[in-house]
Design a protein around this ligand. Structure first.
Ligand SMILES: Cc1cc2nc3c(=O)[nH]c(=O)nc-3n(C[C@H](O)[C@H](O)[C@H](O)COP(=O)(O)OP(=O)(O)OC[C@H]3O[C@@H](n4cnc5c(N)ncnc54)[C@H](O)[C@@H]3O)c2cc1C
Length: 367
């Protein structure tokens, strides 16, 4: 296969782009430095929620929801995706006002949220802390197994004709007359008219090497999981104001996250014991039955966050044929399937029906 587009990075974004490009008749070559879907896309919390997102992000997030809802048709497996619903908890009356105001704001954009007061939370979820002020309920949101998602999209992409190479580190992308010469660490070089930069937390460096700077940093969301427990909660949940987020997988383990781990060595992040203990206290406050649960593992991953907490998705302002999708800022697992579809449209048709205002990299350079 002679590729006509190179995708740098085999996370869920890159794998989805490969799938949609191959199905559109293109010849994508995906290069992944490690193993497919093993970075942020494979170690995240598994939350697939639309609620809580910025207004301009909703068309993309709702498009992604439609893909999650039809995963079996699209990639041949459900990646353990369940449309379980998502609760956004409010601890105080002021928090409840804030989440209720958000519900009003997003309704015209097509996101239906139910505002639930404290009494109703207690009726529906008697296992929760009885002092919660309320929540918003998003019935259309869900959760999935992150370990399965990237590889599932990659397998489907390969079946559709994409070439997927792992253990292939891109070391340089050089603009040339025919497009871009892409060099890998093992000495290979391929020239293609188009390149997608979906290298996750490492993408800003690649972008900067081509003159497209976006200010950001790496973050390391801290995750905890308990032993399998009897059923406690069937939906996924988060807490307004960066508190704990939590879900219970079908096997019974309760997975939750809060705060950040830290970098221990280049490209190796580790969870923080202090953060894990704080998250455990918070989870046990929320669900008192967790107080005596055993934690069996803590972990983190490396994720790129941009200065305004929103991704860059779209064409390079400097180089025709170069597209960026990075800086997903801790909330890109839900978005990734649609980002791949959008990237395929941009690379093939030059535009996407999904509004991308707000995602342009030029927001960091203009003015
Ligand atoms: C612990 C944690 C919890 C999270 N929880 C959630 C959640 O519940 N819900 C949610 O929506 N989002 C969540 N996120 C965010 C989400 O996981 C990411 O936004 C999303 O997976 C990013 O996908 P990606 O494909 O852009 O990046 P990645 O999955 O990081 O993939 C990028 C890939 O590029 C490769 N790469 C880098 N440099 C090169 C190179 N030079 N050559 C070749 N390949 C290269 C990397 O090895 C990597 O595999 C979480 C993130 C973390 C870390």
């Amino acid at each position: 296969m002679t590729p006509d587009i190179v995708i740098v990075g085999g996370g869920l974004v890159g794998c989805s782009a490969a799938l949609h490009l191959a199905r559109a008749g293109r010849r994508p070559l995906l290069l992944e430095v490690g193993r497919i879907g093993a970075a942020a896309s494979g170690v995240n919390f598994g939350g697939v929620r639309v609620q809580g997102r910025a207004l301009f992000e909703l068309p993309l997030a709702l498009r992604s929801r439609a893909i999650w809802d039809n995963l079996v048709d699209i990639v041949g497996t459900d990646c353990e995706y369940r449309r379980s619903g998502h609760l956004r908890l409010a601890k105080t009356p002021a928090d409840l006002d804030a989440v209720a105001a958000y519900a009003e704001k997003v309704r015209p954009a097509g996101l239906d949220l139910e505002v639930i007061d404290g009494a109703e939370i207690r009726r529906r979820h008697p296992a929760f802390n009885a002092t919660l002020a309320g929540a918003t309920w998003s019935a259309g949101d869900g959760q999935a197994n992150p370990r399965l998602a990237g590889p599932a999209f990659a397998r489907a992409a390969r079946a559709a004709g994409a070439e997927i190479r792992d253990n292939a580190k891109v070391v340089a992308i050089e603009p040339v007359a025919a497009g871009f010469a892409v060099a890998t660490a093992d000495g290979q070089r391929v020239t293609v008219p188009q390149v997608i930069n979906s290298a996750g937390a490492w993408a800003p460096d690649l972008a900067a090497s081509l003159g497209d700077a976006a200010p950001g940093r790496a973050i390391y969301p801290n995750m905890v999981v308990t032993e399998p427990l009897p059923p406690l909660i069937s939906c996924s949940l988060g807490t307004y104001g960066n508190g704990v987020y939590l879900r219970q997988v079908e096997r019974g383990n309760v997975v939750f996250g809060m705060g950040r781990g830290r970098l221990a060595a280049p490209d190796r992040a580790v969870p923080s014991a202090e953060t894990s203990l704080a998250a455990m206290a918070e989870a046990a406050w929320l669900l008192p039955r967790l107080a005596h649960a055993h934690v069996i593992r803590t972990w983190t991953g490396i994720e790129g966050e941009l200065a305004d907490g929103q991704p860059v998705i779209g064409p390079s302002p400097r180089h025709q044929g170069l597209f960026h999708a990075f800086g997903l800022s801790g909330h890109g697992f839900q978005l990734a399937p649609a980002i791949g579809a959008v990237l395929a449209e941009l690379a093939t048709a030059g535009s996407s029906p999904t509004p991308l205002d707000g995602f342009s990299i030029t927001r960091f350079t203009a003015g």
